[in-house]
Design a protein around this ligand. Structure first.
Ligand code: NCD
Length: 288
């Protein structure tokens, strides 16, 4: 295992192994609680985070390791003194066994990772990628449906600036039908069927997964037409009984609070799965 900068990094075999560990850890947590004793995870976050940083750190602690954390790296690291990210990672990699880095600029982590002596995990770089979020999203889908054949997934929200969609699409097998609801002209053309946001409601009864994202207002350019779709509980009830509602969180107003009580809502479970999957990943990367 080396740097995890893009979801393309993961092979089917690696994913199976990580999910196998995640399931075992979930079932027998005590068996794993000393497995990474003496190992140190460093987290350097140049952008806000709740789930990604805490679930990585909780994962390391629950495996018996330790964490060095810098949640306000923009202000508190030597970057503030003019140091390059290359030099910061080179330095921090001397005290740690793995680094998790989040940065607002796309691709910068990938360039700087070359200078690190330990594996660097991209915890989100601009609107580019968030590979471990894609892993936990795929885990959530796999857990629910058991099979990935003949499913359809509808992506909504900010398709231009959402890094979680970009990474997840890379991990979805060919058998999954991808539909993207867009609200502006500058949408990504990569894969799947593109539909206007106004048609979301008519698709709801036919899809298996709705994967929603918030407007990434911190990244949207001036004049960008933001998504205005809001999922209500009435709409959610029109979905198939075993369909699921996903969201990487944090949400803004795109999911009505009442939807939280709907059995299809899986976004907080997704966040919980982030712990098992990141434990499985760290165990696979750092076990002796
Ligand atoms: C996402 C992120 O940071 O890309 N959150 C997460 O890691 N769970 C989604 C977002 O910020 O909208």
């Amino acid at each position: 295992m080396w740097h995890i900068l893009t979801a393309d990094y993961f092979t089917k075999q690696q994913i199976d192994k990580i999910f196998f560990h995640a399931n075992a850890i979930k079932e027998y947590p005590k068996w794993f609680n000393q497995k990474l004793t003496g190992k140190v995870l460093g987290s350097l976050f140049f952008e806000p985070s709740t789930r990604t940083r805490w679930s990585f750190e909780a994962a390391m602690l629950k495996l018996g390791g330790n964490c060095l954390t810098e949640s306000q790296a923009k202000e508190n690291s030597s970057i503030k003194k003019g140091e390059s990210l290359e030099d910061t990672l080179k330095t921090c990699s001397q005290y740690t066994d793995v680094l998790v880095v989040r940065h607002p600029k796309s691709d910068l982590i990938s360039q700087a990772a070359k200078y690190s002596n330990v594996p660097v995990i991209n915890g989100g770089d601009g609107c580019n990628e968030h590979p471990t979020q894609a892993l936990l999203d795929l885990y959530t889908i796999t857990q629910h449906f058991q099979t990935l054949n003949n499913l359809s997934i509808l992506f909504t929200g900010d398709l231009v600036y959402s890094r979680t969609i970009r990474s997840l699409v890379k991990l979805l097998p060919k058998g999954i039908r991808i539909i993207k609801a867009v609200c502006n002209e500058t949408h990504s053309q990569e894969d799947g069927l593109i539909i206007p946001e106004e048609e979301i409601v008519s698709y709801l009864p036919h899809i298996d997964i709705i994967y929603m994202t918030r407007n990434q207002s911190e990244r949207q350019s001036e004049g960008y037409k933001a998504s205005s779709f809001i999922l209500t509980n009435e709409m959610a009830n029109r979905m198939k009984n075993d369909a699921i509602i996903m969201h990487p969180l944090p949400r803004n107003n795109e999911i009505d609070k009442k939807v939280d009580e709907n059995h299809r809502a899986k976004y907080f479970l997704q966040a919980k799965n982030g712990l098992w999957v990141r434990m499985g990943l760290l165990y696979e990367m750092l076990r002796n």
